[in-house]
Design a protein around this ligand. Structure first.
Ligand code: ADP
Length: 388
C-alpha cells in the first residue's frame, strides 16, 4: 500500500489472482479426492468443456479439444440410450437429470460414472448443459458383489430349508407308515386265521386308519410351519398324549423295552398336540434305542410342575450321551447311529422353542441319559402333585 493510503489497482488484481489460485487448488484437490469433474456442453456447437477430472475419468489427455460426437463411442450401449432419452427430455422441457452409466475409457478400462446434468436456458430456449461426472466404479462393484452374495445366500438358505423339510417329513412319516405296514401284516394274518375273531380285524383296520390320519396331520402341521403359520395351540391334558407317544415310539423299535410312567395329574398345557407328541416320540424312541443291547432295559417317563414350567423327563439306563456327541446333539444330520438321520433332536428343539420352551439333555448320576422337554405353563395348571 502507498503512503497516501490509496490501494493501487495492480495490488488488488494480485490479491484477487492469489485468491483464484487458492480456490483453484482447493477445487483440484476436491475433484481428485472425489474423482469428480465438471463438464459443459454448448448445444449450438456441441463443443464440450471439461475440467481435468473428466479427462482423467475417460483417460483422455487433459485439455485436448473434444466434441460430443467424439465421446459417445465410450459409452456402453444401454447406458447411452437411457442417457440420450433423459437428455432429450431435459432439453425439451428444461430441468435436470442424473444417471449412472457405464463407459469404456480410451485405455479400455470399464468404469461406472454418475452423471448429473442441468439445462440452462436463454430466452426460453435451451442453450447449454452444465453438469458433473463422478467415478462410482468402487461403489457399483461393491453393490454388485453384495447382490451376488445376497442371491447366493437366499439360494443356500432355501435349499437348506428344503433339505431340512424333506428330512423332517421322511423322519416323521417313517413312524406312522411303519406302524401301518405292521398293522396290515397283523390284520392279514388275522383274516386267514379261523381262530381269530372279526373284532381283531376291525381293531387292526382302526389302527391303520388312525396311523394314516396321523401321517396326514404330520404333513398338515409341517405345511403350516413352512407357511409360517402360527402353531395351532390347544388346551390339553398332557398325560394321554405322553402315553400315546410312548406306544407310538415302541411301535417303531424292534423288541422295545417297557416304558414306565410317573406323571403329574390334573395339569393342563396349551400346545400344538401333534407337534409336542412328535417331540415325545423322538425322545422316547431315542431312549428305547439307547437301552437296546444293555442289561438293564429301563425307560421312565415322568412329569412335574417346576415353578411356572411343566417338565416332561425321559430317563433311560443306556450308556448315556457319548462325550463326542454332547456339543452336537441338536445339530441337524448329526447321528452316532448306523443309518441314523440325526434330525430328531433338532426338530424337537425347534418345536419346543416355537412353544416358548426347550429340550434339555444330560447324563444321570446313576447312569443313562435324561432328556427333558420344558414347556411354559399358562392359566390354571393344577396342584403339581406327582403320582408314583
Ligand atoms: P438319530 O436318532 O437319527 O441319531 P437324533 O437327533 O434323535 O438323531 O439324535 C442325535 C444323537 O443324539 C444320536 O445319534 C445319539 O448319539 C444322541 N442321543 C439321542 N438320544 C440319546 C440317548 N437317550 N442316549 C444317548 N445318546 C442319545
Amino acid at each position: 500500500m502507498k503512503e497516501d493510503g490509496i490501494l493501487p489497482v495492480e495490488d488488488e488484481t494480485l490479491e484477487q489472482g492469489a485468491a483464484v489460485a487458492h480456490y483453484r487448488k482447493m477445487y483440484d484437490r476436491t475433484s481428485a479426492l472425489a474423482k469428480i469433474g465438471v463438464w459443459e456442453c454448448d448445444l449450438a456447437t456441441e463443443a464440450l468443456t471439461w475440467t481435468d477430472g473428466v479427462y482423467d475419468l475417460f483417460e483422455l489427455p487433459r485439455g485436448s479439444r473434444i466434441e460430443r460426437a467424439d465421446i459417445l463411442e465410450y459409452y456402453e450401449e444401454k447406458s447411452l440410450r437411457e442417457m440420450e432419452r433423459l437428455r432429450a427430455r431435459a432439453i425439451r422441457e428444461g430441468g435436470s437429470f442424473a444417471i449412472d452409466i457405464r463407459i469404456r475409457t480410451a485405455n479400455g478400462n470399464d468404469r461406472w460414472i454418475r452423471l448429473t446434468a442441468d439445462v440452462e436456458q436463454e430466452d426460453g430456449k435451451a442453450v447449454r448443459i452444465f453438469g458433473t461426472k463422478q467415478d462410482v466404479t468402487a461403489e457399483k462393484l461393491a453393490q454388485e458383489k453384495l447382490q451376488t452374495l445376497q442371491a447366493r445366500l437366499i439360494h443356500v438358505s432355501r435349499s437348506s430349508a428344503m433339505g431340512v423339510m424333506a428330512a423332517t417329513l421322511a423322519h416323521e412319516l417313517n413312524q406312522p407308515l411303519g406302524a401301518i405296514s405292521n398293522y396290515v401284516a397283523g390284520t392279514r394274518r388275522a383274516l386267514y386265521d379261523p381262530t381269530r375273531t372279526s373284532e381283531l380285524v376291525d381293531w387292526g383296520l382302526k389302527a391303520i386308519q388312525e396311523n394314516a390320519d396321523r401321517a396326514g396331520e404330520i404333513i398338515r402341521s409341517l405345511r403350516n410351519s413352512a407357511n409360517g403359520s402360527a402353531i395351532r395351540t390347544q388346551e390339553i391334558d398332557p398325560n394321554p398324549l405322553i402315553r400315546e407317544a410312548a406306544a407310538l415310539a415302541r411301535a417303531g423299535v424292534d423288541r422295545p423295552a417297557p416304558v414306565h410312567f410317573r406323571l403329574a395329574e390334573e395339569v393342563t398345557i396349551a400346545v400344538d398336540p401333534v407337534q409336542i407328541q412328535q417331540v415325545l416320540i423322538n425322545l422316547i424312541k431315542n431312549a428305547l434305542e439307547a437301552v437296546q443291547g444293555t442289561d438293564r432295559l429301563e425307560v421312565m417317563v415322568s412329569s412335574a410342575i417346576e415353578g411356572d414350567l411343566f417338565e416332561i423327563r425321559v430317563d433311560d439306563s443306556g450308556p448315556g450321551i457319548a462325550p463326542d456327541m454332547a456339543d452336537r446333539l441338536f445339530e441337524s444330520f448329526v447321528s452316532s447311529k448306523p443309518g441314523g438321520m440325526g434330525v430328531g433332536l433338532s426338530i424337537s428343539r425347534t418345536i419346543a422353542e416355537a412353544h416358548g420352551g426347550a429340550v434339555v439333555a444330560g447324563n444321570r448320576a446313576e447312569g443313562g441319559a435324561r432328556f427333558c422337554l420344558v414347556l411354559p405353563l399358562g392359566g390354571d395348571d393344577g396342584d403339581g402333585e406327582t403320582r408314583a
